[in-house]
Design a protein around this ligand. Structure first.
Ligand code: SAM
Ligand code: DTB
Ligand code: SF4
Length: 361
């Protein structure tokens, strides 16, 4: 059995990433088979419960208010709207629903109460419930946990060094702190990142180093290829090479052997054969449905055709019998000190340029 290690070095990870592709895939496929059922893929559906208008300056994100991306912003959806979308997703074969909000961090009040109610409602539908709401305090994580949340998605997005080239309104350490807060509850951690933002192979290895030194490892790691959206600072990035995506999936699989590796954003630019290589290399999950949060995703029928060709089947929810129970308990509001998140405010020229262009439009 491949060992679960928390002491990887960046050099070791980079060496794996740079192996001849044919060897790399053989090794990662072997690790995948030792630790997972290779015929099973966990299918998740994203619901953008609160779209656009975000105060952050993430250089990749179409939902940042400061860039002109033409995204139609929405207030928080109602519990019933979310329930209806979740039922449709379950009907089409999803075992997990991930609710995304364009927030910097969770603020206590009416909107958060409503999200807690959404979590409870979806838990009762027997789907795995995930959400991604930005930074989170320990008490907020506890409330979500008590409502029956299964997973919290909070990406590191890149290496600690390259993060500073992409985002200036929040710090890497706050991302790590949020993941720690989630870890204090029974909620599982989903954390990964994006490739194709102009980072080097060292940065990709650096991100995997941050994830692999977490104890325990995240239960799930999404690997996104940047979707370059017009108006964002990264609009001109070239499409990520499918070979890079396969390398990244394979390296993640080897370094985090028990983790579920998610082949996430960027699939519309990938051929069926390219995606097949990612499944072979160790991807065990996809986001399904014709939209991610705001950008297009392959048609579900096309995904199901590919599953049939490859002999893959969607994984059932709560396979390990680990459905979280809903716990009725008063959780105190977060303390002021827990609500303080860093604002580094270093300058990122391309982010400033994209914001100025938006103001001039
Ligand atoms: N606002 C919350 C946060 O940033 O944590 C949650 C929502 S945010 C949209 C979730 C993740 O989507 C980001 O961390 C990033 O990895 C991914 N993402 C956003 N825009 C993307 C893009 N254009 N291409 C690929 N991934 C993207
Ligand atoms: C993740 O790593 N990828 C998903 C999910 N977690 C929330 C989001 C991808 C978003 C792609 C850009 C968009 O559709 O807005
Ligand atoms: Fe906001 Fe999240 Fe987009 Fe950053 S990635 S701008 S925090 S929605």
């Amino acid at each position: 059995m491949s060992d679960v290690r928390h002491n990887w070095t960046k050099e070791e990870i980079l060496e794996i990433y740079n192996r001849p592709l044919i060897d790399l895939i053989y090794q990662s496929a072997s690790v995948h088979r030792e630790n997972h059922d290779p015929t099973e893929v966990q299918v998740s559906t994203l619901i953008s419960i609160k779209t656009g208008g975000c105060p952050e300056d993430c250089g990749y994100c179409p939902q940042a208010a400061r860039y002109s991306t033409g995204i139609e912003g929405n207030d928080l959806m109602s519990v019933n709207q979310v329930k209806a979308q979740a039922l449709r997703a379950r009907e089409s074969g999803s075992s997990r629903i991930c609710m995304g909000a364009a927030w910097r961090n969770v603020k206590e009040g009416k909107d958060f109460d409503q999200v807690v109610e959404m979590v409870e409602t979806l838990n009762k539908l027997d789907v795995e419930v995930c959400c991604t709401l930005g930074m989170l305090t320990e008490n907020q994580a506890k409330r979500l946990s008590n409502a029956g949340l299964y997973a919290y998605n909070h990406n590191l997005d890149s290496s600690e060094d390259y993060y500073k080239e992409v985002i200036s309104t929040r710090a890497y350490d706050d991302r790590l702190k949020t993941i720690d807060n989630v870890r204090k509850t029974n909620v599982t951690v989903c954390s990964g990142g994006i490739i194709g933002m102009g980072e080097s192979a060292e940065d990709r290895a650096g991100m995997l180093l941050s994830l692999s030194t977490m104890v325990p490892h995240p239960e799930s790691t999404p690997i996104n290829a940047l979707v370059p959206v017009e108006g964002t600072p990264l609009e001109e990035q070239e499409t990520t090479s499918v070979w890079d995506m396969i390398r990244m999936v394979a390296t993640t699989r080897i370094v985090l052997p028990k983790t579920m590796v998610r082949l996430s954003a960027g699939r519309t630019e990938m051929s069926k054969e390219g995606q097949a290589m990612c499944f072979l290399a160790g991807a065990g999950s996809i986001f399904a449905g014709d939209k991610l949060l705001t950008t297009p995703n392959p048609d579900i029928n096309e995904d199901m055709k590919l599953f049939e060709i490859l002999g893959l089947k969607p994984r059932k929810p709560y396979k390990k019998g680990d459905k979280p129970k809903i716990i009725k308990e008063e959780v105190p509001l977060s303390e002021r000190k827990d609500l303080k998140w860093t604002r580094p405010k270093h300058k990122i020229e391309r982010n400033i340029k994209a914001s100025k262009k938006h103001r001039a439009d």
